[in-house]
Ligand binder design. Structure first.
Ligand SMILES: [Zn+2]
Length: 412
């Protein structure tokens, strides 16, 4: 046995188990494993989760906060403006270095799968995407990385971008991005979505768009995206991030959209960190939260994930990045506080995200890929509450990160 993780507490189970790993696979999960592993890890009754996901993260912009001018208005338009100043001069090697720093931080927090977004458009060309491709090459033995070619300035309103997206897919990007709500009119938002589907079909790839990231109740591209997903038979292959306009929709229209999203199998990615600071900047009181209707989506059986989006960039000044924090954040914003709801929050950084990325060998069971995280807490509840360190992170059957912390209460 290459690795044996002993005394592991799995979700929903009372007693601990030993997890045996050979090469990149889990070979057994049983109360007591005989023999000795080449590496022995004692979880000591701690929660062990399968590798965590961060399904939406713009690492081409990450850490620009260290060098940029402040975003005075705190709004999306000013963030885009500041980013553009950098994008004109992006150097792929420099983008890869910043990406590497946040990917390493994410791995230490238990992330084994990243879906990274790279701006693709006429301002930065393919330089951001090439930076992420370089980073993927360097880090692909420590984690899985998918790269989304993302048209941050729109497609119809930024002529030349459709061709650049196509080129980005040829150069090795994995997922077709989109930003339909950013187009000038509803008709052009629909055209934007059509173009994305055409590129995705041409390259046999999935789609992950940023949709209706606005407080405008009339921003309705999610409706067309869900319809298009059904018509094109892309069930389970499309994700939509943000969708904050859902919070502004009237309840009758929102119910129709929730139903369409569930029927189409569109995954909704909530990005609570950024939307809590960026949305509703024009509201007086009460201020909206700009968050998709999570509880209604879950009740209807839609797939919902929670992800990071930003780390210290023109949009958002914080971010560790840590999927466990994303789970805690969505638990607050969507008011997930009951025991089964805490499990739903953890699903959003594990199984739901794996389903969205169509990873089929995911989980803690014999035959599954050996991606594991030993969380320094005995349960899901305590993991969310305490946000403890991840003691060990295993990717493809190899330990890739370890954290030891000593904390002491000193009596006098
Ligand atoms: Zn984003």
């Amino acid at each position: 046995m290459d690795i044996v993780v002993r005394n592991a507490k799995l979700r929903g189970q009372k007693n601990t188990v030993d997890i045996c790993i050979e090469k990149d696979r889990i070979v057994s999960v049983a109360p007591k494993a005989p023999g000795q592993g080449r590496q022995e890890i004692d979880a000591g009754g701690s929660l062990v989760l399968p590798g965590l996901f961060n399904l939406h993260h713009h690492t081409d912009k990450s850490l620009l906060g260290e060098v940029m001018r402040p975003n005075v208005s705190g709004t999306l338009p000013e963030a885009i403006e500041i980013t553009n100043e950098f994008k004109r001069n992006y150097d792929p090697a420099e983008v890869a270095r910043r990406t590497g720093r946040v990917v390493e931080a994410g791995i230490k927090n238990g992330t084994t799968f990243f879906r990274l977004f790279a701006d693709v458009g006429t301002i930065g060309g393919l330089r951001g995407a090439r930076g992420l491709l370089l980073a993927r090459e360097k880090y692909n033995k420590y984690c899985d990385i998918q790269i989304v070619a993302f048209p941050q300035e729109g497609i119809v309103r930024d002529p030349g971008t459709a061709e650049l997206l196509d080129e980005a897919m040829k150069e090795g990007c994995d997922v077709v991005g989109g930003l339909p709500w950013y187009e000038y009119t509803d008709a052009e938002a629909r055209e934007h979505i059509d173009i994305c589907f055409n590129i995705a079909k041409r390259h046999g790839r999935d789609i992950h768009m940023l949709v209706d990231d606005t407080d405008d109740e009339n921003s309705r591209s999610l409706e067309y995206l869900a319809l298009k997903t059904m018509r094109e038979d892309f069930h389970g292959r499309v994700a939509a991030s943000h969708c904050g306009a859902m919070a502004a929709y009237n309840d009758v229209y929102a119910a129709k959209i929730v139903d369409m999203v569930a029927t189409a199998g569109v995954t909704i990615s909530v990005n609570a960190h950024i939307n809590l600071v960026c949305s509703a900047r024009l509201d007086r009181e009460p201020k909206r939260r700009g968050i998709a209707r999570v509880k209604e989506l879950l009740a209807r059986g839609a797939n919902v994930v929670s992800s990071q989006d930003d780390v210290n960039d023109p949009y958002y000044p914080f971010g560790k990045p840590d999927p466990m924090e994303c789970a805690l954040m969505i638990a607050h914003v969507a008011q997930l506080t009951l025991p089964h709801e805490l499990e739903q929050a953890i699903d959003m950084i594990t199984v739901n995200a794996a389903r969205a990325a169509r990873v089929t060998d995911y989980g803690i069971a014999p035959g599954k890929r050996a991606d594991l995280v030993v969380v320094d807490a005995p349960s899901v509840h305590e993991a969310l509450r305490l946000q403890p360190v991840r003691r060990h992170v295993i990717k493809n059957g190899r330990e890739v990160a370890r954290t030891v912390v000593t904390q002491q209460f000193i009596t006098s």
